[in-house]
Structure formats: C-alpha cells, structure tokens
Design a protein around this ligand. Sequence first.
Ligand SMILES: Cc1ncc(COP(=O)(O)O)c(C=O)c1O
Length: 384
Amino acid sequence: MSPTTRPAADHKPIAPVDLAAERAAVGPALEEAVLRVLRSGQYILGPEVEKLERDFAALHGVAHGVGVANGTDAIAIALRSACVRPGDHVVTSPFTFFASAGAVAWIGAKPVLADVELDTALLDPAKAEAAIDARTTAILPVHLYGQMADMRAFRALADRRQLALVEDGAQSHGASRDGVSCAQLGDACAFSFYPTKNLGACGEGGMILTRSDALAARARRVREHGSPVRYTHAELGTNSRLQGIPAATLNVKLPHLAAWNERRRALAARYDAAFRGSAEVVPLARRAGAVHVYHQYTVRILGSVSRDAVVEALKAERIALAVHYPSPVHLQEAAQPWGYGPGDFPNAERLAREVVCLPVHPFLSDADVDRVAERLLAAAAGRS
Ligand SMILES: Cc1ncc(COP(=O)(O)O)c(C=O)c1O
C-alpha cells in the first residue's frame, strides 16, 4: 500500500514544531548547561548572557548584543533607545504578530500601519512612506516568516526622512537579503528567543542587536530601570534582563542554527517543487537576493475550498497546520484606539483569510513534507 493510500490513523502525527526532537539533537549538553547555571548561582545576566550577546552579534556581523527578557521587550527597548518618545508615530505592518505594534503602543507611541505586499506579506516600502506624517519618528519593518523586508529601501527612506529604523527580527535569526544580514542596516534589530523560534530558548528570551555604541549603552540602561550605575537612575526604564538558564540553553543551540536553517531551506525547496503550477496552493514569494530562514513556510489557499476547510481536512489526516495570523493587527479589539477599520489594509485582510503555514521545522523527514504537500494539494482541490 502506498503511504498516501494508508488510513490517516496509520500515519504519525505531523506538528508545526518538535521540541523533543530538537532536545534530542543537541544531546546532554542542554541539561549540563542548565545545571551549570544552577550551580553557579548566576541566574540573571552573567557569563552565559554575555557569551550569547557576543556570539549572536558576531553571527549577524554587528558590534553589540543586549539580552532582554523577551522579543516584545526587545522591540520596546530598541525603540526607546532609538529615541522614540510617547506621542510619536511609528510606521509598521498590520500583518504580523500583535507584539510588533503592541510594543510600539506600550511605550506610549502610536502604531501607524501601512499595508503589506500581497505576494510576500512584508511591509511595502512605498506604502510605509505614504504613511509618514509630521509626528513620525521611526519605521519598524517586520521580517515576517523568516524573510527580510526590503531593508535597502527602508534604510534609504529612513535616511531621506531622518527617521529611526528598528527591525522586528523575531522570526529572522540568521536571515539576509541583498548581501546584508538582518541587524546590519537598521539602527537596531529586535529578536525573540521564544521556544518555537528558529533559535529558541528553554524559557523566554530576547535580544537587541545594534551597530551603535550609544544605542547599545542606552538599551543596557533601559533594561535595568534606566540605571547606568547601581541605585543611580538616569531615565525611566524597566526590568527586562535575560536570565542565565535560557541564555545557557541558547548557547548550546546557537552552533546548530546555520545547519537548522539550511535544513528548513531544503524542506522549503521540496514544498516549492510540489506546489509549482498549482492554482489552489500558492506559496508566498521569495525575493531574489533573499536568504530566507523559513521560520514559517506559508502558502495562500486560492481555490474554491476555504483555507479553514483545508486546515480541518488536514487535521483529520493528523497533520497540524498553523494560521499565522487569522486576524490582522488593525482589526483586533486592542487596536481600536488607533482608529482603523475593515477595508483599511486590503492585502493584510486578504492574507489573514488565505494564509496557512506548513510544518517546516528541521526535524521533519522528506517523506513528512511530501505527505503534507500531497494531502494539502488534494484538500485544496476538494479531493480529500
Ligand atoms: C513578529 C514577532 N514580533 C514580536 C514577537 C514577540 O516576541 P516574544 O514572544 O518573545 O515577546 C514575536 C514572537 O512571537 C513575533 O513573531
């Protein structure tokens, strides 16, 4: 019997992430690292955090890493450190995890949204420029799904309009485009080490990367209540220090990141081949010059079967698909004060109805990917 004709119950489940396989791949080093921190008593900041800051910055070719508590704080602190103040406007994407815009509002600034490109789901530089007004002080492009936004265009725009440029790199560890890595063109790039990210901690974590000595010094201060020296507070900040145990687990995983990203690219190429010519399953575009790290492999479902029906059909086959994101930022209840409504960002709204993310983690087999592709094509064509 061929693998595709076996009843679904005979197939092993396929999930968007496999943290147990990742743990097994790094072996006993992970547990040893946790014990090392436990025994050292260096629970907050300390040598593991400093090593990670150095190595993660070096990987992206920038001078400074500042470890913080999570990716949301990394965005907020990067913006604050780039001189964004309460009342300022920050241009960002309506099609991202809510934290991108949420972090802007959390520091008292206003997220001003501009639509994304329909074929990549990335913030459109021309639309971002059109959204700039007299109160705009920063642009926050999001490197969604592991593909960088057009940073050369955003750098030129930020320079022309004298704006800060902060990247949301929560999904783009190790990505590059047009020969530059994320974090190299922005004033700062904010990363998340949430466990399911391409580089994920055993716990929460985040980091700001920057080329700027001044921005790094300010971010270090803001993550500790604006305190350059103990019990001296130069400005308001917060408590957002990266902890030793998550940092130690990241130090164990970091040497694997390049190979894991490579494996993600190989699986993505397999999906690309399977979907070539399909009218119903259309992968998002990869721009020429982009080294995509496929945090997600995302397709649009464009046939007569709805995206949600396709997700249900695959669930019945024990294949879990994820929808990132079923609602755009501007239609969330928390976004109401920003004054947007249905129809304001048609590409974001359309993508929220059409996208689905396929399992692409590095511990999938080629056969797993073939099965997902085959079942997805069948479901989207109404043949499931
Ligand atoms: C695009 C994007 N921005 C920001 C964040 C926030 O990161 P964290 O969950 O570590 O706060 C995430 C993570 O989920 C994300 O995907």
